[in-house]
Design a protein around this ligand. Structure first.
Ligand SMILES: [Fe+2]
Length: 260
């Protein structure tokens, strides 16, 4: 593995990170977790920013939806990115609302030229609101959708025509493979879009996999990472039953020593 692994920041890890000052190549910050933070909490985040590059991950750009983009939301994201000097911002190639009714889940788009054209127009609008190109993440997909445009081709076209980067989630490729039979290796082999950063994670099998970000990345996930010819930062996502930071960081170090 190339770069050392960074982590997706969770609120309870802020104090131990400030206290122990570990070496981390990057911290991913989820915008929605900080959108309503107090000024003193944001000042703590500034102290973290002094030590670590930040990557900003968003959940509500809603670029695949047909509802109007929420300009106020983008202005908040832009202000946050400016305050913390964050160059790279991502969301997902998905949609979350229909006629103003929001889903908690990230929903897949049809794989059609019409959907691609729709997302291209929306991404152009989002990028102009933010004053930067964005990255979009591949989501876990559990059911087939209409259309025959390969998913990787949608990301390649977004990059070619709008400059949009790929936020590559290897665990999501593996989960989708088990449900839909789509090959992660074929996705990586056909990929021409540049990668902003990479997500790795574990998942639970019940018996088919659910993308719940539980545990360390699977061996299959780390094998895929070895195939990624990019020096983009790698971020570990861990949500369900996540450990305290003093257990998480040694686990990451052990994984990297094992893989070196
Ligand atoms: Fe992810």
């Amino acid at each position: 593995m190339g770069a050392r692994m960074g982590i997706s920041l969770r609120r309870e890890w802020v104090d131990p990170l400030l206290a122990t000052r570990p070496l981390l190549p990057a911290l991913e910050v989820i915008f929605e977790q900080w959108a309503f933070a107090s000024e003193s909490e944001l000042r703590q985040l500034e102290r973290l920013r002094e030590r670590h590059p930040f990557l900003l991950h968003c959940l509500s750009m809603n670029v695949g939806s047909s509802d109007p983009l929420d300009r106020g939301y983008f202005e908040q994201v832009r202000a946050f990115a400016d305050r913390f000097a964050i160059a790279k911002i991502s969301d997902h190639l998905s949609w979350r609302s229909i006629r103003g009714q929001w889903s908690l889940s990230l929903l897949p788009l049809p794989r059609t030229e019409e959907a691609l054209a729709h997302v291209l127009a929306r991404v152009a609008e989002a990028q102009s609101f933010l004053g930067r190109t964005i990255a979009l993440e591949n989501i876990s997909q559990y059911l087939p959708v209409p259309g025959d445009v390969p998913l990787v081709e949608m990301f390649n076209q977004l990059h070619e025509r709008a400059g949009t980067l790929l936020h590559l989630d290897l665990n999501n490729l593996l989960v989708t493979e088990r449900w839909l039979g789509e090959s992660p290796e074929a996705f990586l082999d056909r990929l021409t879009a540049d990668i902003a950063w990479v997500h790795v994670a574990g998942h639970e099998n019940v018996p088919l996999p659910i993308d719940d970000h539980s545990g360390m990345p699977t061996a299959a996930c780390m094998d895929l990472l070895a195939r990624v010819a990019s020096s983009a930062p790698v971020i570990l996502e861990w949500d369900r039953e996540r450990p305290p930071l003093q257990k998480l960081l040694p686990a990451i170090s052990a994984e990297q020593v094992h893989r070196a």
